[in-house]
Design a protein around this ligand. Structure first.
Ligand code: IPM
Ligand code: MG
Length: 353
């Protein structure tokens, strides 16, 4: 029995999570697995209900379960630049920190069936298969930060052990893939990046079968568009990873397809789509549930070591896309347009076989 904490969140979060849980139920009966789910509040909905984006009870539930599935959070209702007002994003950052999820894995794989929805040339993106491994509990997001009158600052601060544990995740992942790691930094300018580069090199010595390349972040941004196939695993600082992973996701032409896993050592992993809460289309049954469904596949793989059921989900998604089913965000001429629930249904039918 695996215990899941489910945080549907805001906007389209609840709709896409519902489809993903139904997919999990389908996989459970097919492979004779048992899951128990418990919902909790995080994000804007938690601000409304409890006055805080991450209630203590939610964090506790996440800590004591076996994995966390998150929809999406945020929306115009809670947008503010007032430093004293709670923001939904604080819930997400608090969860990452509170669960010590220092490694964020964002796989970017171009689906053959969707190659035409990218803005880039097919020959550039065909066969792209990379993972951004983003440091998630340090760097610019968590360094000393303050507003003092007309001045404000954020600090990029790392200790060697934080870089080392992140790089280990990257090297271990590369060992199971094509054996290439690009460690991305700004070592020509930043002291923290020189520590990063040095630590990445020292950690890499323990992985002789993996090729380690150092790359400056501005060059990486350029190379991702110029020749994305050169990348297997990209390991980088928190904010660099935030930016590069959005850029990398657009290689696939569809933010609605990409899943992510956030992993630590002490507490359960967290799985979420990389897209936002899309409040403009919430409640209309048009959101693409695939990223959340693929997040469930990552959860089966990384938290529960259930590779076959994970592949069953990923295979079903590919089959459904090859069969021409599309939600509005990835719709193109001659394809069959489906809503959120229908997309979930065809994926479940594909899993059942
Ligand atoms: C992401 C998001 C978050 C981040 C926001 C919502 C705080 O952009 O997961 O990439 O910046 O980490
Ligand atoms: Mg982001």
């Amino acid at each position: 029995m695996h215990r899941l904490t489910v945080l549907p969140g805001d906007g389209i979060g609840p709709e896409v999570v519902r489809e993903a849980i139904e997919v999990l139920n389908t996989v459970a009966s097919k492979f004779n697995l048992e899951f128990e789910t418990e919902e909790a509040l995080m994000g804007g909905c938690a601000i409304d209900a409890a006055g805080t984006p991450l209630p203590e009870t939610t964090l506790e539930l996440c800590r004591t379960g076996d994995a966390v599935l998150l929809g999406a959070i945020g929306g115009p209702k809670w947008d503010t630049t007032d430093p004293d007002k709670p923001r939904p994003e604080q819930g997400l950052l608090g969860l990452r920190k509170g669960l010590e999820l220092f490694a964020n894995l964002r796989p970017v794989k171009v689906f053959d069936a969707l190659i035409e929805s990218s803005t880039l040339k097919p020959e550039v993106i065909h066969d792209v298969d990379l993972v951004v491994v983003r440091e998630l509990t340090g760097g610019l997001y968590f360094g000393a930060s303050a507003r003092e009158g007309d001045r404000a600052y954020d600090t990029l601060d790392y200790q060697a052990y934080e870089v080392e544990r992140l790089m280990k995740v990257a090297f271990e992942l590369a060992e199971k893939r094509r054996g290439v790691v690009h460690s991305v930094d700004k070592a020509n300018v930043l002291e923290s990046s020189r520590l990063w580069r040095q630590t990445a090199g020292a950690t890499g010595a323990g992985y002789p079968d993996v090729e380690l390349n150092h790359m400056l972040v501005d060059n990486c941004a350029m190379q991702l568009i110029r020749n994305p196939k050169q990348f297997d695993v990209i390991a980088t600082e928190n904010l660099f990873g935030d930016i590069l992973s959005d850029e990398a996701s657009m290689l696939t032409g569809s933010l609605g397809m990409l899943a992510s896993a956030s992993l630590g050592e002490r507490y359960p992993g967290l799985y979420e789509p990389i897209h936002g809460s899309a409040p403009d289309i919430a409640g209309q049954d048009v959101a693409n549930p695939i990223a959340t469904i693929l997040s469930v596949a990552l959860m089966l793989r990384y938290s529960f070591d259930l590779e076959t059921p994970a592949l069953a989900i990923e295979g079903a998604v590919e089959a459904v896309l090859a069969g021409g089913f599309r939600t509005a965000d990835i719709m193109s001429e001659g394809k069959t347009m489906v809503g959120t629930v229908q997309m979930g249904d065809v994926i479940r039918r594909a899993i059942e076989g």
